[in-house]
Design a binder for this molecule. Structure first.
Ligand code: NAP
Ligand code: MG
Length: 475
């Protein structure tokens, strides 16, 4: 392996030493601040304000005011122009956004540069195109927005989750109060600057940073009409209880424990790449990650041998290095959670293997791992690890594959690897998952709805369905 010089891109993003909230088009004075760090180095990047219920109230008031006085008065075409403008500015600032995301999240720059930022931009372009076509969205003539949307997002795809929530909300005519995750607020704050640069009317987008209590204040505010949440099933359930009996519309995008099913007739080398991408992309911090490999027993040994050989070539280290495949784990707490679950899985009979790799001295790291010989009752077959850990389960027949794949509380995604179209279609029909990929994995497109069943939540993001969630009569 080669050594590389430090990446020059690190200088492309700069942060203020501290940030307030973005309310009514302006940044407030920083207050009750906490540190936000680079999880790859533990360096402090900036000081962030912990939003109180009062801050949330000011943000909701600003959003309500903007909704009533400006945003709901604009034509769809005018709203669309702002969204197109935001998308173009994001493109202009793409490198800066990619660097900022990598610094604050720990994910490799090749992912932020080639996936997170372009996908976020694509979401804005796509929904910008819908803004003047709501009459043709299949929800009756002149469908109306809900009003103020309260949105709470996680740390695994900070900018992309913002785009998935803000773009359809604004296109449909809502205004927004968004709370980014505690550990990854920086790209949302850069996005606030982009809203200013785009001269988006004040109060249409408001961003309040903070912790879980800040999120709870957004969700619980009596003047929020629509709640959109992505995160853990645990918090999703709290939110569902909190809004029960109110008039609020809710969409919940929660966890997953996807089966990536490989049959003996699959193109093996291609499947290896898909399995690696399915679980090691974004350090496995992906709700739809292919975290359970279901491999047909007849090819198990050959497949695992090849998979291990491929895993030995994954480069773990500096996320700013464009050759890095596996970046840092987003937080110390998440690292501890991963370690705890893996230890449990091994205790319950799993066989852990990790390639030898040098772990940087500072920051939070976990070498890519597979746990073979996992029984369906093992904790690592059931619980979402949200890390670079693949649980391996075998099956003999398609029926057994379906039974094992569906044997989970979750129902977000699944993958099927086979050369036979008939088998693929039959399986897709019987798998309880919102998104099913075949001979590929982790593909996202703004035109395509995304979301789950069971404990993976309800509602869809993306496509016309994602627009409907922000319109009266749509969801
Ligand atoms: P989380 O606690 O569900 O956090 C998601 C967002 O909700 C964050 O902005 C969080 O704020 C906020 N929040 C926390 N408690 C809240 C409450 N009572 N009311 C309203 N908002 C609240 O998830 P996490 O702590 O980041 O991660 C925990 C686990 O969730 C992970 O290990 C993983 O299994 C799962 N997860 C799933 C997804 C997904 O895409 N489905 C994404 C992330 C995590 P704070 O950031 O301040 O906690
Ligand atoms: Mg949390």
């Amino acid at each position: 392996m080669f050594d590389y010089s430090p990446a020059p891109e690190a200088k492309l993003a700069s942060f203020a030493s501290s940030y307030g909230h973005f309310i009514g088009g302006k940044f407030t004075k920083p207050q009750k601040t906490f540190e936000t760090i680079n999880p790859a180095t533990e360096e402090v990047l900036s000081q962030i304000s912990h939003g109180s219920a009062k801050d949330v109230d000011l943000a909701v008031k600003a959003a309500r005011n903007a909704y009533e006085k400006t945003w709901s008065k604009l034509s769809g075409a005018q709203r669309g122009k702002y969204l197109f403008r935001i998308a173009r500015i994001m493109q202009e600032r793409a490198r800066e956004l990619a660097v900022a995301e990598t610094l604050n999240n720990g994910k490799p720059i090749k992912e932020t540069r080639d996936f997170d930022v372009p996908t976020s931009v694509a979401w804005f372009f796509y929904y910008a195109g819908w803004a003047d076509k709501l009459d043709y969205a299949g929800m009756g003539a002149s469908p109306k927005a809900h009003g103020v949307a309260g949105q709470v997002i996680p740390w695994n795809f900070p900018l992309m989750m913002l785009a998935w929530k803000v773009a359809p909300a604004l296109a449909a005519g809502n205004t927004v109060v968004l709370k980014p995750a505690e550990t990854t607020p920086l790209t949302a704050l850069l996005f606030a600057e982009i809203c200013q640069q785009a001269e988006l009317p004040d109060g249409v987008v408001n961003i309040v940073t903070g912790f879980g209590d800040t999120g709870a204040a957004v969700v619980g505010h009596k003047d929020v009409n629509k709640v959109a949440f992505t995160g853990s099933t645990e918090v999703g359930k709290i939110i569902a209880r909190q809004v029960a009996g109110t008039n609020k519309k809710v969409t919940l995008e929660l966890g997953g424990k996807a089966a990536n099913i490989v049959f003996d007739d699959a193109p093996i080398d291609q499947a290896i790449e898909g399995v690696v991408n399915g679980i090691f992309f974004n350090q496995g911090h992906v709700c739809c990650a292919g975290s359970r490999l279901l491999v047909q027993e007849s090819i198990h040994d050959e497949f695992i041998k090849k998979l291990k050989r491929r895993m030995e070539t994954l480069r773990l280290g500096d996320p700013m290095d464009k050759n890095t495949d596996v970046g840092a784990i987003n937080s110390k707490a998440q690292l501890q959670k991963i370690k705890g679950l893996v230890a449990k899985g091994v205790k319950e009979g799993g066989d852990l293997w990790q390639p030898a790799c040098k772990i940087p001295r500072n920051g939070f790291w976990y070498a890519p791992a597979i746990i073979d010989g996992v029984s369906p009752a093992n904790t690592v077959a059931r619980e979402e690890i949200f890390g670079p850990v693949l649980s391996v389960i075998t099956f003999r027949t398609p029926t057994e594959a379906i039974t094992k794949a569906n044997n989970t509380e979750y129902g977000l995604s699944a993958g099927i690897w086979t050369e036979k179209g008939s088998k693929m279609l039959k399986l897709a029909d019987q798998l309880n998952a919102g998104v099913i990929w075949s001979n590929t994995f982790n593909q996202f497109d703004p035109t395509s709805p995304f979301g789950g069943f069971k404990e993976s939540g309800y509602g869809r993001e993306g496509g016309r369905a994602g627009l409907a969630a922000y319109l009266k009569g749509g969801n």
